[in-house]
Design a protein around this ligand. Structure first.
Ligand code: AP5
Ligand code: MG
Length: 211
């Protein structure tokens, strides 16, 4: 199964993708995670991407399309995958078409902009395995370290209020048009993000016909 998770920054794409991927036995491919790893390791890709991410803007299409093309060639993608944070522009969606990739479903998670700031301001991520938590809504076992791998939790550099605002603006301008793009193909399912993580997971699993 090839699935795309669409939604504003902070809508819960990464959180739900991790849960659904574990249940469906397929990997999650997050361009945001790959880019942050490249920034941490100061690779040429990381150096090129850093200033865009820190400003809340999209990294140029060519760069992310190259990353994704390389990642999809890895063996764990053979039985399907979840794309989290790709595509983010119509050109990126067209790049998937050019690769002859048939997407089965696009899950569009909707959360109103007002809720986004609260979610992102409280988000903490694991620097080791990349797991995502929230200080109130989804805390780790001790609140400081990752429940899975024990590494210390950190706050993302682009989760500052001014950057969150810019990410939302860019989302509405450049990514939201993908809703119509995939709705017209009859593969978009809308999921309204709930206050309870598990309720959003249940709605997502239902939208994907998974148990
Ligand atoms: P990326 O890492 O993809 O960031 P994003 O789209 O801004 O989305 P987030 O990861 O911030 O949010 P999310 O929807 O995954 O929410 P989460 O599950 O964490 O991209 C970062 C940057 O990289 C981009 O700005 C861009 O510069 C660049 N980039 C990446 N891909 C690109 C591409 N294809 N093209 C160009 N540039 C690209 O949840 C948020 C918080 O809410 C968490 O704390 C979570 O615990 C909490 N939460 C989740 N669900 C619930 C719930 N139901 N109730 C309460 N709290 C909840
Ligand atoms: Mg994410």
């Amino acid at each position: 199964m090839k699935i795309i998770f669409l939604g504003a920054p902070g809508a819960g794409k990464g959180t739900q993708a991790e849960l659904v991927a574990a249940k469906a036995g397929i990997p999650t491919i997050s361009t945001g995670v790959i880019l942050r790893e490249a920034i941490k390791n100061k690779t040429p890709l990381g150096v090129s991407a850093q200033s865009y991410i820190e400003k809340g803007q999209l990294v140029p299409d060519e760069l992310v399309i190259d990353i994704l093309t390389a990642r999809l060639k890895e063996s764990d993608c053979a039985n399907g995958y979840i794309l989290d944070g790709f595509p983010r522009t119509i050109s990126q969606a067209e790049a998937l078409d050019k690769m002859n990739i048939t997407i089965d479903k696009v899950v569009n998670i909707y959360v109103p902009d007002e809720k986004i700031v609260e979610r992102l301001a409280g988000r903490r991520s694991c620097g080791g395995c990349g797991a995502t938590y929230h200080v109130v809504f989804n805390p780790s076992a001790d609140g400081v370290h990752c429940t899975h791998c024990g590494k210390e939790l950190t706050q993302r550099a682009d989760d500052k209020p001014e950057t969150i605002k810019e990410r939302l603006r860019v989302y509405h301008e450049q990514t939201a048009p993908l809703e119509e793009f995939y709705r017209n193909r009859g593969i978009l399912c809308d999921v309204v993000g709930q206050e309870e993580l598990s309720e959003t997971t249940a709605l997502t699993m239902k939208a994907l016909d998974l148990k």
